[in-house]
Write a protein that binds this ligand. Structure first.
Ligand code: FE2
Ligand code: FE2
Length: 154
């Protein structure tokens, strides 16, 4: 079954995010290696990891008024996983196997795209990922300020 490795080119430069991504890789590998009898339990662990992982990034984006559709992407992926979990619970593992095949590519794209962009921004403002706080006195840019290129949600 597919195995994912935490590689240097997947690191985003925010130590706490990189550590959580290493946990993602470990949870994914446990899911990929789970026998059918343990698939739902492994998927529950993986979903629990993703809920806290995505909530951490969502919180940072909310705190810093970071624009874009990163949060919507997290929500979409969690919804797909929960739907697949319900199917696996009923004995239908086809989409579960497809999920396992597709997660490595999704994660590599997400980590090097949306997560890397967020990490770059957080580092640029001196955000403290340990406390989840921006520097004292830092304020988000006003709505009329040019915040640069904003990704479109599709
Ligand atoms: Fe992430
Ligand atoms: Fe993310």
């Amino acid at each position: 079954m597919a195995e994912l490795q935490m590689r240097a080119d997947l690191e985003v430069g925010v130590a706490r995010m990189d550590a959580v991504h290493a946990e993602f890789v470990n949870c994914y590998n446990a899911l990929a290696q789970a026998p059918e009898s343990g698939f739902v339990a492994a998927l529950d662990d993986f979903i629990a990891h993703c809920e806290s992982h995505f909530a951490m990034e969502n919180e940072w984006m909310a705190t810093t008024a970071f624009p874009g559709c990163h949060r919507a992407e997290h929500d979409r992926v969690l919804q797909v996983m929960r739907d697949i979990r319900a199917r696996a619970q009923r004995g239908d593992f086809a989409l579960g196997r497809q999920l396992v095949r597709e997660i490595p590519e999704w994660f590599e794209t997400h980590a090097t795209g949306m997560d890397a962009a967020l990490a770059y921004f957080l580092n640029s403002i001196g955000f403290d990922a340990q406390t989840g706080r921006p520097p004292e006195g830092w304020k988000p840019a006003g709505e009329d300020a040019d915040a640069g290129e904003k990704p479109r949600c599709t």
